[in-house]
Design a protein around this ligand. Structure first.
Ligand SMILES: Cc1cc2nc3c(=O)[nH]c(=O)nc-3n(C[C@H](O)[C@H](O)[C@H](O)COP(=O)(O)OP(=O)(O)OC[C@H]3O[C@@H](n4cnc5c(N)ncnc54)[C@H](O)[C@@H]3O)c2cc1C
Ligand SMILES: NC(=O)c1ccc[n+]([C@@H]2O[C@H](COP(=O)([O-])OP(=O)(O)OC[C@H]3O[C@@H](n4cnc5c(N)ncnc54)[C@H](O)[C@@H]3O)[C@@H](O)[C@H]2O)c1
Length: 475
C-alpha cells in the first residue's frame, strides 16, 4: 500500500472496509482532535486538500505575515511627519512571498508526514463523502477509492470562496484568497470585488506594497456588518488610500490584453473599471455540497452549514461537526474553541461540554485595524435595548497624543441598568490587542465600573484609550 493512506497494518486492502474508533474529515482545526485520549485507538484522518487547512495555508497565518510586511512599508512611508526621514525604495515581492511560504509550507508537509508515519493515525489523502451511516468513501488523490466506517465521525471540512456567477460565467481570469498570495509579480492595478474582511485586508497589503487598488463593494459602506459608525469612519479612511466604489454592482466582465475590464453600475449610472489583476472576495460557503450528507443522515441549514446542537452533535448519531462547516462565525478562534469542546465530548459522553457561544470577537487586520465584540448600536436599537454609548478618541489619551493620532476610536456600548458592556468596537493601531480586556469583561460579566476602577491601567500606555472609554460611559 502507498504511504498515502498511512499504516499498512491499519488500512487493509483496497475494496475492503476498515473500521476506526474515530474518523476526522479535514485537517484544519480537525487535526487537533487527535488527543492522548485516543492513544491505542484507531483514528482515520482524511484530507482532500493541503494538510493544515485554511488558517495555516491560505488564511490567517499567511495573510497576517503579509500584513506585517505591509505595516513595515506603511510605517516607513509615514515616518517623515515624526522627523524621521525614511524611504521605501521598493518591495521585493518574490522575497516577501517566499519568506512567508518557505516558513509555512514545511509545517503543512511536516503535519502530513506525521499523520502518515506517526503513531496512532491513518491518513487518507483524498475527498471523503458519506455513503451511509458513519460510513465514508474516500476518493484518493492518486486514484482509487477507500471505504471506512467509524464509531464516531467529526466533520471539520471548512469552507471555500464563493465566486459570483457574473465573474465565473464571464471566463475572465480571477484570483481568490486561495491563490492571490502566491502570484509571481505584483500587479500595477489590483481590482478587488468585495468589501468584507478579505477585501480590506488584501487592499491594505497590496496598497502598502505600492499597488494601485480599487475596491468594488455592493453595500453603501465597507465592512458593513460592523457598527455603522465604525464602518463609516473606516470607509472614509479607506477612500483616502484606495479607489473605493461603494453601492456598486458588477454587471459584466471581459478580458483585456493583459488584464480585466469590469462594467459597473451604481446610482449615478454605469461605468467601466480596468485593472491588471482581479481578486474576488465575496464570502465563503461551507464545504457540504459534495459531502454525501443525505447518505450520512446529516441535516443542513438553508445556507449549507451542517446543523449542530449545543454540544456539536449533528442529526446523525455519532457524527459531530465544528468550525466553518457548521459555525455561523467563520473565525479560527471559534473553530479552535469548538474543537476543544468536541475533543472532550468525543470521550466523555456523560459529561458533554457546550460549544462556546457569545460574545464572539473578531479582528480585521487592515489599515486601520478594527476589532469588534458584542452588539452594534444598530442591533441594540433593533432589539429595543436600553443602552448608552461613548466614543473615545485615541488622540485624547497620552499615547494617542504622542502618536499624533487624529482618526482612531474606541466605541463602547453598555446597559445603563446593569452596568454591563453590550458591545465594544475599536478602530486604530493595535485595536485587536486593545480589545481583549473588553472581551474578558463581557465573557465574565464584569461591570464597566469594576473594569475601569478596579485595576491599574499602565500610564501612559495606549490601553488608557480603553480605560477612558469605560470611564466615559455614563453607567
Ligand atoms: C484569507 C483568509 C484570512 C483569514 N484570516 C483570519 C484571521 O485573521 N482570524 C481568524 O480568526 N480567522 C481568519 N480566517 C478564517 C479561518 O481561516 C477559518 O475560520 C478557519 O481556518 C476554519 O477552520 P476549519 O478547521 O473549520 O476549516 P479548514 O481549516 O478550512 O479545514 C477544512 C479542511 O477540510 C478539508 N476538506 C474539506 N472537505 C473535505 C472532504 N470532503 N474530504 C476531505 N477533506 C476535506 C479541506 O481541504 C481543509 O483542509 C481567514 C480566512 C481566510 C480565507
Ligand atoms: N481577520 C479575520 O478574522 C478574517 C480575515 C479574512 C477572512 N475571514 C473570514 O473569512 C470570511 C470570508 O471573508 P470575505 O471577505 O470573503 O467575506 P465577507 O463576508 O467578510 O465579505 C464579503 C463581501 O462581499 C460582498 N458580496 C457578496 N456577494 C457579492 C456579489 N455577488 N457581488 C459583490 N459583492 C458581494 C458582501 O456584501 C460582503 O461585503 C469572513 O466572513 C471571515 O469570517 C476572517
Amino acid at each position: 500500500m502507498s504511504d498515502q493512506t498511512g499504516h499498512t497494518e491499519q488500512t487493509g486492502q483496497s475494496g475492503q472496509t476498515d473500521h476506526f474508533d474515530l474518523a476526522i474529515i479535514g485537517t484544519g482545526s480537525g487535526n487537533s482532535l487527535v488527543t492522548p485520549d485516543f492513544e491505542g485507538k484507531r483514528v482515520a484522518v482524511i484530507e482532500g486538500g493541503t494538510f493544515g487547512g485554511t488558517c495555516l495555508n491560505v488564511g490567517c497565518i499567511p495573510t497576517k505575515m503579509f500584513v506585517y510586511a505591509a505595516e513595515v512599508a506603511a510605517s516607513a512611508r509615514d515616518a517623515a511627519r515624526f522627523g524621521v526621514d525614511a524611504t521605501v525604495h521598493g518591495v521585493r515581492w518574490a522575497d516577501v512571498r517566499n519568506r512567508i511560504f518557505q516558513r509555512i509550507d514545511p509545517i503543512a508537509e511536516g503535519g502530513k508526514r506525521y499523520r502518515i508515519e506517526g503513531p496512532g493515525t491513518t491518513a487518507f489523502l483524498g475527498h471523503a463523502r458519506f455513503t451511509g451511516d458513519r460510513r465514508l468513501t474516500v476518493e484518493l488523490a492518486d486514484g482509487g477509492e477507500r471505504t471506512l466506517t467509524a464509531d464516531q465521525v467529526v466533520i471539520a471540512a471548512g469552507a471555500h470562496p464563493v465566486v459570483p456567477d457574473v465573474v465565473r460565467e464571464s471566463g475572465v481570469p480571477f484570483h481568490t484568497s486561495d491563490t492571490i498570495m502566491r502570484i509571481d509579480d505584483l500587479p500595477e492595478h489590483l481590482v478587488i470585488v468585495g468589501g468584507g474582511y478579505i477585501g480590506v485586508e488584501m487592499a491594505h497589503v497590496f496598497a502598502s506594497f505600492g499597488v494601485r487598488v480599487s475596491v468594488v463593494a455592493r453595500g453603501p459602506l465597507l465592512v458593513r456588518h460592523l457598527d455603522e459608525e465604525i464602518a463609516a469612519r473606516f470607509t472614509a479612511l479607506a477612500r483616502e488610500q484606495w479607489d473605493v466604489r461603494t453601492g456598486t454592482t458588477v454587471t459584466a466582465l471581459e478580458r483585456t490584453g493583459e488584464g480585466v475590464r469590469l462594467h459597473l453600475e451604481d446610482e449615478t449610472g454605469s461605468s467601466v473599471l480596468e485593472g491588471d489583476l482581479l481578486l474576488v472576495a465575496t464570502g465563503r460557503e461551507p464545504n457540504t455540497a459534495d459531502l454525501g450528507v443525505e447518505a450520512g443522515g446529516i441535516r443542513l441549514h438553508d445556507d449549507g452549514r451542517v446543523a449542530v446542537d449545543e454540544v456539536g452533535r449533528t442529526s446523525a448519531p455519532g457524527v459531530w461537526a465544528l468550525g466553518d462547516v457548521s459555525s455561523p462565525h467563520q473565525l479560527k478562534h471559534v473553530a479552535n474553541a469548538e474543537a476543544r469542546a468536541i475533543a472532550h465530548n468525543l470521550v466523555h459522553p456523560d459529561d458533554l461540554h457546550p460549544l462556546p457561544t457569545e460574545p464572539v470577537p473578531a479582528g480585521i487586520f487592515s489599515h486601520p485595524q478594527i476589532a469588534t465584540v458584542g452588539l452594534t448600536e444598530e442591533e441594540c436599537v433593533e432589539r429595543g435595548l436600553a443602552h448608552v454609548s461613548f466614543v473615545q478618541s485615541y488622540g485624547d489619551t497620552a499615547y494617542g497624543w504622542a502618536m499624533e493620532d487624529t482618526t482612531s476610536v474606541c466605541k463602547l456600548i453598555a446597559d445603563p441598568a446593569t452596568g454591563l458592556l453590550l458591545g465594544a468596537h475599536l478602530m486604530g493601531p493595535h485595536a485587536t490587542t486593545l480589545i481583549q480586556p473588553l472581551i474578558q469583561a463581557m465573557s465574565f460579566g464584569q461591570t464597566v465600573r469594576d473594569v475601569a476602577r478596579g485595576q491599574y491601567w499602565i500610564h501612559p500606555a495606549l490601553a488608557e484609550v480603553v480605560e477612558n472609554a469605560l470611564l466615559g460611559l455614563a453607567v
